[in-house]
Design a protein around this ligand. Structure first.
Ligand code: UGA
Ligand code: MN
Length: 342
């Protein structure tokens, strides 16, 4: 392009020179007449070349910089864990069709995908798995198991049966869930609508040798439930609801080492009287655990202690579906072709 422009420029000057009377001694005159414009052409070429080189340099620098921004040389959110253990974290999540479920699972998936060495077991309370949930799991890049087990007769519809099925799966498929690189694991029951700090997994759960317990925010009718720790030992529980339980802790507030799970056949039953209706203490007691087995996490500071898991609850949006005293069944709201579990 540049070269042909220069040629056109040179040709133009050559014809001008010929018109000026270079015809008689084309050899002599044209060397003089055309020699000068040819030099100018070369200078122009040099100038354009310099510009081109300069712009190419800027382009390369900018491209290189943006490449750095897009692909940092180190993982930004994957926390470098200080501990040496590479225990597999096995997260068990019961889930079921509710209007907010896709949003909840998306938030949870976004959190878990920052944690390495984690296998996510998701049990659908229904007859079949849901493609939209499967897509979310696929996009995490995590190893996962997604199965459907509809709550059996006699069980409360609160995720108990699904966790039982997950425990059975863990016991019957231990090596597949652990993967080739792991000999040890920790099991955590993470419900789909809680809010999780990545450090819950990297700093607490990964380090659980037997039974780890920590604070949970916004739970049990109060702002925080936490183990009461004296000289590194749990002596009681700072909870409002049913504090006399051997393990007065919400599902989100503990994790057990895989060996504890494998050395027992404890599952979630159909009820838990010792827990006043809450299933946690029954499971842990049935696993043969005592209060002395508890390893408390996150209590070391005397103030500004941090909460790593919040028992947030999604409420169903108040979408007007029917008018009062309506006798005819009302069709579900239009989702305009988008997938929403209405
Ligand atoms: C609280 C605790 O945080 C749960 O761990 C405990 O199982 C539950 O109480 C209980 O009553 O036993 P909460 O936030 O009140 O949970 O209840 P949800 O979040 O609605 O349900 C707990 C889990 O079970 C969720 O992951 C949910 O998706 C699942 N679930 C709930 C089902 O699989 N099927 C259902 O019909 C209801
Ligand atoms: Mn919940």
């Amino acid at each position: 392009m540049l070269w042909s422009n220069a040629q056109v420029f040179g040709d133009k000057l050559e014809s001008q020179a010929l018109q000026k009377g270079c015809e008689e001694d084309i050899e002599k005159h044209c060397r003089r007449c055309i020699g000068y414009p040819t030099m100018r052409t070369m200078n122009k070429l040099k100038k354009y070349g310099m510009y081109t080189l300069f712009f190419m340099f800027i382009f390369v620098v900018v491209f290189q910089f943006s490449e750095d921004v897009r692909q940092p040389a180190y993982p930004v959110f994957k926390r470098s864990e200080t501990n040496q253990t590479n225990r597999m974290i096995i997260v068990v999540t019961p889930t079921y069709k509710r209007m907010t479920r896709i949003a909840d699972m998306l938030r949870m998936a976004n959190t878990l995908s920052h944690v390495k060495d984690l296998h996510w077991i998701v049990i659908e309370d229904g007859n079949k798995t849901i493609p939209a949930v499967q897509d979310i799991l696929d996009r995490t890049g995590l190893p996962y198991t997604y199965q459907a087990h509809k709550t059996a007769l006699g069980y409360p519809r609160r995720g108990w049966y699904q966790r039982t099925m997950a425990l059975k799966l863990i016991r019957s498929n231990t090596s597949q869930i652990l993967g080739q690189d792991h000999q040890e694991g920790v099991v955590y029951f993470g419900d789909d609508d809680n809010s999780y700090d990545i450090r819950l997994f990297t700093d607490y759960i990964r380090n659980v040798k037997t039974l780890g317990i920590w604070a949970v925010g916004l739970v049990g009718g109060t702002v925080v439930e936490a183990p009461k720790v004296v000289d590194g030992k749990v002596t009681a529980f700072n909870v409002k609801w049913n504090p006399k339980r051997r393990f007065a802790v919400d599902m989100a507030g503990f994790a057990v080492n895989l060996n504890v799970v494998l050395n027992s056949d404890a599952v979630f039953g159909t009820s838990c009287k010792r827990g006043g209706g809450a299933p946690e203490t029954c499971l842990l007691e049935d696993m043969g655990l005592e209060r002395e087995d508890i390893e408390p996490f996150g209590y070391e500071k005397t103030k500004d202690r941090e909460i790593f898991v919040w028992h947030t609850k999604t409420s169903t949006p108040n979408i007007v579906q029917s008018k009062k005293n309506q006798t005819k069944p009302v069709p579900p709201p239009d989702t305009f072709g988008y997938f929403v579990e209405v």
